[in-house]
Design a protein around this ligand. Structure first.
Ligand code: ZN
Length: 555
């Protein structure tokens, strides 16, 4: 039996050797080519799970044919195929080395096989690739070559159109396209486990997205759209935290593509915001973590193993409140609403919302720092920040809480009081009005935003934010009621851009109406502002204690 097995193995190995010899003969290259072609179709049948390594391997296999047998009939076919596979790799991953390789191989085809039926294709394709990188002069050179070497090419009409387009742009500023949107800019914020990327586009577009694995990538195709010259030429090196690189390019003539490289993507959200139009991408390296999970896990550990340790003393010899209480929260991001070119609401007495929000935010930060919290301000001076940037800062810092401070305003001058918001669908007209104002958008857009909230609800800490809002609101009302006739407008809900995607309990405070003479006067009073700050601080501490004592305890 053993002997028989050995013989079979011997015969098999012999026939395999002869097969390898046979496949190396020139005539079998044709079959090999057909096989690779089939493989190629299968490989590119779906972009899902497409592996970069497999594409490069395929290209290399094509190259073996013409390198070994440069004179056979399908030598130029295989060279053209190799170049085309690299071109696809370039368009998918937008890596410059694939672009250069594609050009090099197409050039090789033209010089080694000038009478090939693919030679004119190759020149035209190089012209397109050069033009996509806005190398206008280079592109024109190739179009000239095409015209001179292959005057009867099938690409004649296409070449004429391309030439016109290039010359028009080379002559002066590109005309604003009536058909294609322009991808103007890409911004990003990244932490160890989180990245937000914002793509600024000059008008509303369609977009689709997908992931590529090994290594993980996320791509966004924007259509119909082109990239600006600056963006095409710009190399965005990131290599910090969790985001490795951002690449941009044209995936096709009317589709702009953005590729983001990561170590490992666990989840992501993509949504668009209006006015101006932009696509926001939030990517996470972690699964969603519930506060309850964290708290219960930590509690378990404390009970079983870790002895209760006296908290360290502060530099001044006292115990900080955070250390004394061992609160479940440590890092807080405070966001002073508006700033710079955006004054926010303007008061009856000429006061600007941006100044009041900054004054309150700074004082709150000081108070919380004294109590031992780790506090960050999104801005500590009069500068402009976009709404999406503010959340991105809190997420990148892995903050435990996010508090955005604002001052209210209404067409109804008689309206006054204090209200605290958390992110959710708006239900009342007044909530819609506040959301429209704070989002710097129309109430109609707020309506559209409701759909988005539904989509990203799962990734938002809505329940926790509601609890946080209740506790803080209650404390503010307690703090100010004593001396001031403050009106309690309650805890409300609305879709605010600034809270979307926040990974921690987050609230937006509307501390009094700047549009109401009584409230506006109070906002000038430092004591009044101080009592609001005290209220917020007390609320944060109470919320932290409630977390420590178990989920929602005492709420
Ligand atoms: Zn505001």
């Amino acid at each position: 039996m053993n002997r028989l097995v050995k013989i079979i193995i011997y015969i098999l190995s012999f026939s395999m050797i002869s097969y390898i010899y046979a496949s190396n003969s020139a005539k079998d290259q044709y079959y090999k080519f057909i096989e690779l072609d089939k493989k190629e179709k299968k490989l590119f049948s779906s972009e899902k799970n497409l592996k970069e390594k497999a594409i490069v391997e395929l290209a290399e296999k094509y190259s073996v044919i013409y390198k070994k047998y440069p004179q056979i009939k399908i030598a130029d076919d295989s060279l053209f195929k190799e170049a085309s596979v690299y071109e696809r790799a370039y368009r998918i991953f937008l890596k410059d080395n694939y672009r250069l390789k594609t050009i090099e191989l197409f050039k090789k085809l033209v010089s080694n096989y000038p009478s090939s039926v693919y030679a004119d294709d190759a020149i035209y394709k190089i012209a397109v690739i050069e033009w996509e990188k806005r190398e206008g002069d280079q592109a024109i050179n190739y179009l000239n070559q095409l015209e001179k070497l292959y005057p009867n090419t099938n690409y004649k009409d296409k070449a004429i159109i391309l030439r016109k387009e290039i010359e028009k742009e080379l002559k002066g500023a590109r005309e604003v396209s009536s058909v294609l949107a322009v991808i103007k800019n890409i911004r990003h914020w990244t932490g160890k486990k989180y990245t937000r990327v914002v793509i600024d586009i000059d008008r509303k577009t369609n977009y689709s997205y997908g992931t590529l694995i090994d290594p993980d990538r996320l791509f966004i195709d924007i259509q119909p759209a082109i990239l600006t010259q600056e963006l095409i030429k710009q190399k965005i090196e990131v290599k910090q935290g969790f985001l490795q690189a951002i690449r941009t390019g044209q995936f096709s003539k009317n589709t702009g593509r953005v590729v983001l490289d990561f170590d490992k993507i666990k989840r992501f959200d993509i949504f668009n915001l209006d006015n101006p139009y932009r696509i926001v991408i939030d990517i996470y390296a972690d699964e969603r973590k519930e506060i309850s999970e964290v708290v219960s896990k930590e509690e378990g550990v404390v009970e079983k193993e870790i002895p209760i340790v006296q908290p360290n003393k502060n530099a001044d010899g006292t115990y900080s409140l955070v250390r004394q209480l061992g609160l479940g929260i440590k890092r807080i991001v405070i966001d002073a609403g508006h700033g710079g070119k955006d004054p926010g609401a303007i008061g009856v007495n000429g006061m600007k919302e941006k100044d009041i929000s900054l004054a309150i935010a700074k004082q709150l930060a000081e108070f919380l720092k004294k109590d031992g919290f780790d506090v960050y301000l999104t801005r500590d001076e009069d500068i402009y920040l976009t709404l999406e940037e503010r959340t991105a800062i809190a997420n990148s810092l892995e903050a435990d809480l996010f508090v955005s401070i604002h001052v209210n305003s209404s067409k109804n001058r008689r309206l006054r009081g204090i209200e605290t918001y958390y992110l959710n669908f708006a239900v009342s007209e007044s909530e819609m009005e506040v959301a429209a104002r704070e989002n710097a958008t129309s109430e109609k857009s707020v309506g559209e935003l409701q759909k988005l909230i539904k989509k990203i609800m799962l990734n938002s800490k809505i329940k926790e934010s509601m609890d946080f809002a209740s506790v803080v609101h209650k404390n503010i009302m307690t703090a100010v009621k004593k001396e001031y006739d403050a009106i309690n407008l309650g805890v409300k809900r609305a879709p605010f851009y600034v809270l979307i995607g926040a990974q921690m309990p987050s609230i937006l405070l509307e501390v009094s109406f700047i549009s109401n003479p009584v409230d506006a006067k109070k906002l000038c009073d430092n004591e009044y502002k101080l009592s609001i700050v005290k209220g917020i601080k007390d609320g944060i501490i109470e919320y932290g204690e409630a977390l420590k004592g178990g989920v929602n305890a005492g709420l």
